[in-house]
Design a protein around this ligand. Structure first.
Ligand code: GLC
Length: 458
């Protein structure tokens, strides 16, 4: 499609019913295919080796770390039973230098951060080693609850000496180099952590979703369906879908801007679904559309087709700016003028410019909510009849969702729920709850570490 007017650009982000159905069908096909494929180039549907959700009664003190796309969190997690937890958490930003350096430097730094936590919380376990659960927000091929080979790292990471290696070894080597007395008892994906930890406090939770720098989900599948699983026999298994990496069959409604983001990314043709919906990319998507509109004199005409330098810088338009813009829906949209003045030194926007920017931002944010709702639908359908019961009026299915986009982007939850109601129909949608699941990574990792250290699977 050739995009010519401002309205055409906005419309390119508005999905028709047919496009949404294509996404659901395409994702469903990939969910099924991922259950059997043993080709490690296909990173989807990874067994977590976790076969049950917690009961809420678990107790004990465990260490946890959550390595995300932006921050590292270290935590001492006190499981108090009755779904109660006490958490002492420290947050460290992962610098660009660390993200693109050596694995050794990264794992030394993680060991240092852990040592700082231990010092600050004054955990004293005598001579015994401390057990740690690790949440890792990247694709792993797990071979046990505490072992997994690193398959791929998107989100701007390019670590040397890490791909294909076992995460437990990488981490424990770092702890040894730094004399930190910690063993890794569990490794989980952040979506699995979200599912497990939210089920601890809200037992109807059957799906865990992350909507942050990246996006992904975990759900509970019948073990007999997971033909690629090679491990102790079980009835069910939590799967890390890695839906971020789905979308290969060209059913994703990519605009030229989506295609460009992918083409110019560190790893093109990887995580194309994620690149359309998650926090690392939404702002950049808007920036690319805006630059194009300015050049075509379809927006900010006072610039006469000249794009101000700051706007030409990749990722200079943060997703946070979109949140700021969307949170002001007054008719003047004064937040738009403020963002451009403060962060890009652009002044002179008319009220019409401001409302057009608002409209474009809204369309991009809305598309993300609709696509994530479509992906949740694919999972709900896949699990319907086993862990999910959409047609039973007495059953509620809770989807625990963690991440800055879900938590901070204005009205995201409402937009997702509206989309789910349109797709599923009011009756079925009324049995689905979307709940914010905060800090799931650390709590989930601690829960799984506890159970696995005691010799069981959660
Ligand atoms: C990326 C990772 C995935 C993670 C998601 C959310 O897509 O591949 O493992 O769960 O980001 O953090």
């Amino acid at each position: 499609m050739t995009i010519s007017t401002f309205q055409d650009t906005v419309n390119a982000f508005v999905l028709s019913k047919k496009q949404v159905q294509k996404i659901i069908d395409g994702l469903t096909e990939e969910l099924v295919e991922g259950l059997s494929t043993k080709d490690l180039k296909n990173i989807t549907q990874q067994p977590s080796f976790i076969t049950h959700l917690p009961t809420g009664k678990e107790t004990g003190l465990y260490l946890a770390i959550d390595m995300g796309g932006t921050n590292l969190r270290t935590a001492a997690v006190h499981l108090l039973g009755d779904g109660q937890v006490g958490v002492t958490m420290e947050k460290h930003e992962i610098t660009q230098e660390l993200k693109t350096g050596t694995g050794e430097a990264m794992f030394d730094w993680i060991a240092d951060c852990t040592a700082t936590l231990l010092k600050n919380v004054a955990v004293d376990m005598g001579d015994s080693q401390l057990h740690m659960g690790v949440t890792f927000s990247f694709a792993l091929h797990q071979t046990a609850v505490n072992r997994g080979k690193v398959l791929a790292m998107g989100k701007g990471f390019d670590l040397s000496n890490v791909m294909g290696k076992d995460l437990k070894d990488l981490m424990e080597d770092g702890f040894k180099r730094k004399n930190v007395p910690v063993v890794v008892s569990a490794i989980i994906n952040d979506t699995v952590g979200t599912l497990v930890s939210h089920a601890y406090v809200s037992p109807s939770t059957k799906i865990g979703v992350i909507l942050a720098t990246g996006t992904n989900a975990a759900y509970i599948e019948r073990a007999c369906e997971v033909s690629k699983y090679e491990g102790p026999s079980c009835d069910q298994m939590i799967l890390n879908t890695e839906w971020d990496a789905m979308g290969k069959a060209a059913y994703l409604p990519q605009t030229q801007y989506d295609k460009d983001i992918d083409a110019f990314s560190l790893v093109p043709k990887f995580q194309e679904f994620e690149k359309m919906v998650s926090g690392l990319y939404l702002g950049e998507l808007f920036r690319r559309a805006l630059v194009d509109l300015i050049e075509r004199r379809a927006l900010f005409e006072f610039l006469d087709g000249q794009v101000p330098e700051l706007l030409t810088v990749e990722k200079s338009f943060k997703t946070l700016f979109m949140s700021t813009i969307e949170s002001d829906n007054s008719s003047e949209h004064a937040a738009v003028a403020r963002v451009f003045k403060t962060s890009f030194a652009i002044e002179g926007l008319s009220t019409k410019d401001c409302s057009k920017v608002y409209e474009l931002v809204h369309a991009i944010g809305q598309r993300s909510a609709v696509m994530v709702a479509a992906a949740c639908t694919a999972l709900l359908y896949k699990a319907n009849g086993s862990s999910v019961h959409l047609d039973d009026p007495s059953e509620i299915t809770t989807i625990g969702i963690d991440g800055s986009v879900f938590e901070k982007y204005p009205h995201f939850s409402r937009s997702m729920m509206n989309a789910l109601t349109q797709i599923l129909g009011a009756d079925r949608a009324s049995r689905v709850r979307l709940e914010l699941a905060r800090d799931g990574g650390c709590i989930g990792a601690a829960l799984v570490a506890m159970v696995s250290q005691r010799g069981g699977a959660v």
